[in-house]
Design a protein around this ligand. Structure first.
Ligand code: ATP
Ligand code: ATP
Ligand code: MG
Ligand code: MG
Ligand code: MG
Length: 237
């Protein structure tokens, strides 16, 4: 392209690069999905089709970037994509990686929507959009701890949400009543409330709800023993 006298404005751009030799995590998260899930009447606490749609969108991102991705892990309205330490994707430019991942994810989410929600068209005033960030982790311990952090978050949120919604659905409590009932309770007590008051054995809940979803570089989606298997996925990285 011909140079113009305006060309100098490019100098104002900065191309921040992610630290070399570090694992890169790209985490995306749905914007106001609490409202979004209400508007599209997601089943509470877990809408199976909504989770499948997240997984299918993430899987396409993994397959597109399979040479750089080690694995992806997702729950609720979020997904984390882990890139290998020596990835040179887009010269490790933060903006490029973050924006391209989240826009590829979002366009898949929109394109696949009707497959998972055939009865509900997307409303132009309630479109899904996601935020995105890139974080670098310097070693294997840190990256495993990162995944364990998200994994524990899935567990804590799902146990709370399951107890909360079952108190409403099965015990006819109001939202305030359910919140009150659960205030200050330990994990063990939530299990007990679910069992004795709602007739639900939390251990029998689907693995995907309790443990989240892990996507391998080959595009397999796993829900069991996710954290126990992490060691195996990082072999060679
Ligand atoms: P923010 O814009 O800050 O991320 P948010 O409303 O998206 O706000 P999150 O903490 O990301 O808040 O939580 C996502 C919310 O989306 C959950 O609390 C839940 O209400 C809803 N949600 C996401 N996925 C599902 C699902 N599969 N089934 C039911 N509800 C879901
Ligand atoms: P990069 O991924 O680096 O941005 P690119 O192929 O998108 O690569 P750009 O410099 O962004 O390169 O140029 C966009 C190209 O897309 C144009 O050169 C043109 O070939 C094509 N294009 C974009 N919009 C139109 C349009 N409305 N009609 C025809 N071609 C278009
Ligand atoms: Mg969100
Ligand atoms: Mg979230
Ligand atoms: Mg372009």
């Amino acid at each position: 392209m011909a140079k113009s006298r305006f060309e100098y404005v490019r100098e104002f751009e900065n191309h921040e690069r992610l630290l070399p030799e570090c694992y890169i995590v790209v985490r995306i998260d749905g914007k106001k999905f609490h409202e979004f899930s209400k508007f599209y009447e997601f089943e509470k606490p877990n809408d199976l089709n909504a989770l499948k749609l997240m997984n299918a969108s993430a899987k396409n991102v993994v397959l597109h970037y399979k040479n750089d991705i080690i694995l992806a892990y997702g729950e609720s309205d979020e997904y984390s994509f882990i890139l290998r330490q020596n990835s040179t994707l887009y010269n490790r430019r933060t903006d490029k990686i973050s924006t391209l991942f989240v826009s590829l994810f979002t366009s898949n989410y929109v394109a696949l929507w009707t497959k998972y929600f055939p009865q509900k068209g997307l409303d132009i005033k309630h479109l899904p959009f996601f935020d995105s960030r890139c974080v670098t982790y310097p070693n294997l311990k840190a990256i495993k701890d990162y995944l364990s952090w998200r994994f524990v978050d899935t567990h804590i949120n799902n146990l709370y949400n399951t107890a909360f919604w079952m108190l409403i659905k099965k015990c006819d409590l109001t939202t305030e009543g359910a919140e009150e009932r659960l205030r200050g309770t330990l994990s063990k007590e939530k299990h007990e409330i679910l069992f004795s008051e709602c007739g639900i054995n939390y251990n029998d809940e689907p693995e995907m709800y309790k443990k989240g979803s892990l996507i391998t570089r080959k595009g397999e989606i796993l829900h069991e023993d996710v954290i126990k298997q992490i060691e195996h996925f990082f072999e060679g990285f």
